[in-house]
Unconditional design. Structure first.
Length: 369
């Protein structure tokens, strides 16, 4: 099989356009957003952006090596100020973390250790709950509905005096569902009068509705809401570990006392540049949408049901136990998502580059037709 570099070189002869059976990248795009060479087993299991970091961000990282001898605290403060201006909150409301995972874990530790309760949907992203349980928290699981969406009514019904946090991942991982905007806003506004609502917005950038609200709007009203965001997804910086929390200053102060990592100088400088790189941001969303459409078409062809996704992955009914399908797809050169109980015959597949999706499509057709 022709390797990617040779394919790129031969394609440049066609007027500077990279031709794939399913997609196109200009030579300029390939330089700016350079996807990786195709691996022996492509990784479509962790919802990463395979096109990042952009060239502008890579250049910023190279320049920041001169300051890698420094502790990150003042650099982190600078990024917090930039993010505060971006979201229209005070500097005291922003906390830079070592990836959003640190923010989730520290928030759970801060408010639920020694017997506090977290109410959470199931399945969802587990970082907060798994860590909090180690510190004595209890988890009140609320199953998702038949359409894989949140059961907000049941969550609200379960709020009690022992409830210290409500965890919402919206859009939800692994289902890809999105809570209708008015229902989300009304729920969070009401629930925040009884406890703290944590809104994980890792996939917020993939929402296509330009008017869909972030729960930062409620923080500006001094509500008991905490929002988590990350540079791992649309910005393509998962390996650099930069995330952040936004909360009203009283809550942020409590969380800040337990922060450990605060990221690193290289990651922080990369994040600053990523916020300015609108070209890569737009490109990432465009390529993600293209990959999702191709996967939807495949699943339609194979008669496999799926959930309409508002993220960079798709949750579909594989009709096979994921513990069996996973190894089968590895043999086809594709790593898919792990099991998400209780949906053992459902699969989460991340969007990838055109050639990665090509391999997923080929492998699935070989197994299902």
């Amino acid at each position: 099989m022709q390797n990617r570099r040779n394919w790129i070189k031969s394609s440049l002869a066609l007027g500077g356009v990279l031709v794939s059976p399913s997609n196109f990248l200009t030579s300029e795009e390939n330089e700016l957003f350079r996807p990786r060479d195709l691996e022996k087993v492509v990784k479509l299991s962790s919802n990463e952006n395979p096109y990042g970091p952009s060239k502008k961000v890579r250049d910023a990282i190279n320049k920041s090596y001169n300051y890698a001898c420094r502790y990150p605290y003042s650099y982190s403060d600078d990024l917090e100020e930039i993010l505060a201006k971006k979201h229209g909150v005070s500097n005291e409301s922003v906390i830079v973390t070592g990836g959003s995972t640190e923010g989730l874990k520290v928030t759970g530790l801060t408010f639920t250790s020694n017997g506090g309760e977290i109410i959470s949907a199931k399945p969802t992203f587990l970082a907060m709950m798994d860590f909090a349980k180690q510190w004595g928290a209890s988890i009140n699981w609320v199953p998702v509905k038949a359409d894989k969406g949140y059961d907000l009514s049941e969550i609200e019904n379960r709020i009690s005096k022992k409830t210290k946090l409500i965890f919402l991942c919206n859009p939800n991982n692994p289902t890809g569902t999105l809570i209708p905007s008015k229902k989300l806003y009304d729920f969070c506004e009401t629930a925040a009068n009884k406890t703290i609502v944590f809104s994980d917005e890792a996939y917020y950038d993939y929402i296509e509705d330009p008017n869909y609200p972030s729960m930062i709007d409620l923080i500006k009203k001094n509500k008991n809401v905490i929002v988590s965001k990350t540079f791992s997804k649309v910005y393509g910086m998962a390996g650099l570990r930069v995330g952040y929390l936004i909360a009203k200053p009283e809550l942020a102060k409590k969380i800040r006392e337990n922060i450990v990592a605060r990221s690193n100088v290289l990651g922080i400088e990369a994040a600053k540049e990523a916020l300015n790189d609108k070209e890569f941001y737009t490109f990432s969303l465009k390529k993600n949408k293209e990959s999702k459409q191709r996967i939807y078409s495949l699943l339609d062809e194979l008669n496999l049901n799926y959930v309409k996704s508002h993220t960079n992955f798709i949750f579909f009914h594989s009709k096979r136990n994921i513990k069996e399908l996973g190894p089968q797809m590895i043999k086809k050169g594709v790593r898919i998502g792990r099991p998400f109980p209780p949906f053992y015959d459902w699969c989460r597949i991340s969007t990838g580059t055109s050639t990665e999706v090509d391999r997923f499509i080929k492998g699935m057709k070989e197994l299902y037709t």
